[in-house]
Design a protein around this ligand. Structure first.
Ligand SMILES: [Zn+2]
Length: 234
């Protein structure tokens, strides 16, 4: 029986890195992972809370260095998603997690974008890309990231927030959300893993943006396709 057609609405592309590709990219780039084997890494995936997950998430992404790495990461996800019946995917990425390591934002967006450009033809999946700002980084860093991404805004459907929620309310990012809205991007947010639902924001407290959904309690959120979209029509 073929898989049920679904829309992927909550997916962090960096979080899709599987042990086999992580080790292949580590070897390609001469990066030493803090795991001796793929099995050891796989065992670490049974994390207990958000911080455990984030520690692993950031440790693994050190293997992502080049445009090809980001394209390979994205293609690997798309191939698995096709097998699972995904027809449409709205994909988060974390540019600051890469620029902080010295990887240019152009490298990140071009690599992911190259794979997404081919997705309808190669995998039968339509996509939208959502650029997230790290909540635990400063508002100034989010603004600088947005400006660095300006040459690529045609590839980006929306902006969002992720990473550590506690102490980092959405109001901190009011200014960058206003800029994104002015540039024609959708504004989304998701939260709830550790913070309260208000960590997604409320229109009444920030007219600059509208939170779309709650629900960061799972790796991914899927819904019947067609009919669901986090970012709505452009
Ligand atoms: Zn999330």
């Amino acid at each position: 029986m073929p898989p049920i057609p679904t829309a992927e609405l909550h997916l962090h592309i960096e979080g899709t890195l599987e042990p086999d590709l992580a080790f292949a990219l580590a070897e390609r780039n001469g990066v030493e992972l803090p795991f001796a084997t793929q099995e050891e890494l796989r065992a670490a995936y049974s994390f207990g809370d958000l911080q455990d997950f984030l520690d692993l998430y950031y440790a693994l992404m050190t293997v992502l260095r080049t445009e090809d790495d980001f394209a390979d990461l994205t293609k690997a996800y798309l191939a698995r998603a096709r097998e699972q019946g995904v027809r449409h995917a709205e994909i988060f990425f974390d540019p600051q997690a890469h620029t902080a390591r010295g990887v240019e934002i152009d490298t990140v967006i071009r690599g992911i974008g190259r794979a997404l450009d081919a997705a309808p033809r190669a995998y039968g999946i339509t996509t939208r890309l959502i650029m997230c700002f790290l909540r635990d980084e400063s508002a100034e860093s989010a603004l600088a990231t947005f400006e660095a991404a300006r040459p690529h805004l045609d590839r980006i459907a929306a902006v969002g927030l992720d990473s550590a929620e506690v102490g980092n309310p959405p109001s901190k990012f009011r200014e960058v959300y206003a800029l994104a809205r002015q540039a024609g991007l959708k504004c989304v947010a998701h939260a709830g893993r550790r913070g309260r639902p208000r960590m997604c924001g409320r229109r009444s407290t920030s007219s600059a943006w509208t939170a779309s959904t709650t629900g960061c309690g799972a790796w991914r959120t899927r819904r019947w396709w067609p009919g669901w979209s986090r970012t709505g029509p452009r």
